[in-house]
Design a protein around this ligand. Structure first.
Ligand SMILES: NC(=O)C1=CN([C@@H]2O[C@H](COP(=O)(O)OP(=O)(O)OC[C@H]3O[C@@H](n4cnc5c(N)ncnc54)[C@H](O)[C@@H]3O)[C@@H](O)[C@H]2O)[C@@H](O)CC1
Ligand SMILES: Nc1ncnc2c1ncn2[C@@H]1O[C@H](COP(=O)(O)OP(=O)(O)O)[C@@H](O)[C@H]1O
Ligand SMILES: [K+]
Length: 530
């Protein structure tokens, strides 16, 4: 899994390197600028169609400093470069000022307002080095206007837009792009490639910045030595090895070693969601799966199930008795269970019966919805073996104070991003939280956090289909069931389930419905080399 940083973690890392004497700020900036140019040419190849013109838009901080380096490197390669600056050169921070001086020995710098009405062809390359991780306000209107004016010049080749560190105006902790009252900031949509330094930042995997994953330039800082957010998925190496390192997938020769999942289902006519969860748990490798439903729903379910076992369940006391059998090694509650007192009692019974023995419990959908009026009751009952899998709506009902600040469209509401909100929720709950979406965020009470991004080359928008969440809950329960799964943290198992979920969606492609997901697992496993 790759590591991803917040802006504060990145700054701390830079400060440590500079103050510890491991690196000079100018050296880091030099490597940053050179790295942006190298990454750009790795993507676009050499000069396009003989045109070699570039525009660099520089801002008033160190992001602008990177821009002056980029201008100089391109000039040395024979490119024609125009540089515009927002702000006063006399007030640039020291390293950026040095890079400015090195550039003005070569070529001119124009005030950015000149680019708004400026004439000329569109450049082949446009670098946005206006604001990086140092911005926490919308960008000035003149910056947005200059950028747009260059992109829409009447003649010349199509511009290839490179964001230096991030599209200007992005809050890299939340992925939100801060838009001013004039509504102008087209940088995110127009960015073709984002090049960042040392490690991706959270925002790069909460929102798509560019047409492919951001390029990461090694500027010579040390690898992570503190707790940071991780990106779910194999990091360069074989996916099979990664999956085996974070889950017990493939382990356990006997069906009882691979565990027995208990899925609770709803009443008559409400069984589909739980059946999909159960089937997903079995497909992902649980040794046995039992679906337990109200007695009146037995005939309906019996008509639909073969490999999955079926048992009647009256209520919470019956569930306690059932869970006295410790061979039932993980429990999944929520899909299709119905919102109300019965479900609330079942959830509390399951949590109480599993609290002391390390068995894993997945709570999804109605198991969460049943606590909307009294989330505190759920917080008190949860334990470290629990994973909750809310979507944004369910999360908002359980954690209204955390959720209302995650809305990306509202600039005033971005104090807490999705990662920070999820971390706080996990701490409050004392359990693992998986907050679903295109970017799924996971956090556990130990302070670990992860992003699973269905973005860039792993985009699967067709996964947003009814019942996909039920499948995910079943995958987590299935991966959590085996004897050896106990040695893996719930957050790792849930992250791996989210990854397999998207692999299944991508294996199938558009047209997917939730039932198709578990049926893709055999092909996914075969392709991974299991
Ligand atoms: N030595 C270092 O610290 C390195 C920094 N690097 C670059 O430095 C960047 C961070 O630099 P900074 O911390 O200087 O921050 P930025 O360059 O991102 O922007 C901060 C500057 O913008 C001003 N500002 C913020 N919001 C504004 C607004 N709404 N309107 C007008 N002005 C506004 C601030 O007063 C400050 O001058 C990184 O993103 C990266 O590109 C890289 O060169 C790698 C090395
Ligand atoms: N645009 C998207 N790209 C990738 N995955 C998505 C997207 N939208 C939703 N998902 C995933 O689909 C699932 C939807 O689950 P959920 O909201 O619980 O729906 P349901 O209750 O219908 O199952 C989640 O796993 C979520 O992460
Ligand atoms: K930028």
């Amino acid at each position: 899994m790759g590591e991803i940083l917040t802006a504060a973690q990145m700054r701390a890392k830079e400060n440590k390197a500079i103050q510890g004497g491991f690196a000079h700020g100018l050296t880091l900036m030099e490597r940053a600028g050179q790295g942006v140019v190298d990454a750009t040419f790795r993507v676009i190849g050499e000069a396009r169609d003989g045109f070699m013109s570039a525009v660099v838009l520089c801002g008033p901080g160190n992001n602008g400093g990177d821009g002056f380096v980029i201008a100089r490197v391109l000039h040395e390669m024979g490119w024609q470069v125009q540089v515009y600056l927002y702000g006063d050169a006399g007030r640039l921070p020291p390293d950026a000022r040095t890079m400015y001086d090195r550039w003005v020995a070569i070529g001119p710098v124009s005030p950015i307002k000149d680019a708004v009405s400026g004439q000329g062809d569109r450049p082949v390359l446009l670098f946005d080095a206006m604001f990086g991780i140092g911005i926490n306000r919308p960008i000035p209107a003149v910056c947005a206007q200059a950028f747009e004016a260059i992109c829409t010049r009447a003649t010349g080749p199509e511009c290839f837009v490179v964001a230096v560190d991030c599209p200007s105006g992005m809050d890299v902790d939340t992925g939100a792009v801060l838009v001013g009252p004039d509504g102008a900031n087209t940088l995110l949509e127009r960015t073709d490639l984002c090049v960042t330094f040392h490690a991706p930042k959270l925002g790069h995997y909460l929102t798509e910045v560019g047409r492919q994953r951001p390029a990461v330039v090694d500027i010579g800082l040390r690898p992570e030595d503190e707790v940071v957010t991780q990106l779910v998925g194999p990091c360069g190496g074989p996916a099979k090895e990664w999956l085996q390192s974070v889950t017990a997938l493939g382990a356990g020769g006997h069906k009882y070693d691979r565990g027995h999942v208990l899925v609770l289902g709803g009443g008559v006519g409400k069984g589909g969601a739980a059946r999909m969860a159960a089937r997903s748990a079995l497909r992902v490798g649980a040794g046995l799966v039992t679906l337990t439903v109200p007695p009146e729903a037995i005939p309906e379910n019996a008509a639909q199930l073969n490999a999955i076992m079926l048992r009647p369940l009256d209520g919470a006391d019956a569930l306690r008795e059932m869970l006295a059998d410790k061979r039932l090694s993980s429990v999944c509650l929520g899909p299709g269970l119905g919102v109300g007192d019965r479900t609330r009692a079942l959830v509390l019974a399951a949590l109480e019966e599993t609290a002391q023995d390390g068995r894993r419990v997945v709570l999804d959908a109605d198991a969460l919805g049943s606590f909307a009026e009294d989330p505190q009751a759920l917080f008190e009952a949860c334990h470290a073996g629990v994973v909750i899998t809310p979507h944004e709506g369910e999360f908002a009902r359980l954690f209204p104070d955390l959720a209302e600040r995650t809305r990306h469209s509202d600039p005033a509401a971005t104090g807490l991003g999705k990662v920070e909100s999820t971390c706080r929720a996990a701490e409050r709950l004392g359990a693992t939280v998986l907050l679903k979406g295109e970017a799924t965020v996971l956090a556990d009470p130990e302070g670990r956090s992860m992003i699973h991004a269905a973005l860039y080359d792993r985009a699967a928008p067709w996964l947003g289909t009814a019942g996909a969440g039920d499948v995910l809950a079943g995958l987590i329960a299935g991966l959590s069931a085996g004897e050896q799964a106990r040695t893996h943290a719930p957050i790792d198992l849930a992250g791996a389930a989210a990854w397999l979920h998207v692999e299944c969606a991508r294996q199938f492609g558009p047209g997917l419905i939730a039932e198709d997901l578990p049926e893709q697992l055999p092909a996914v496993f075969r392709n991974l080399g299991f």
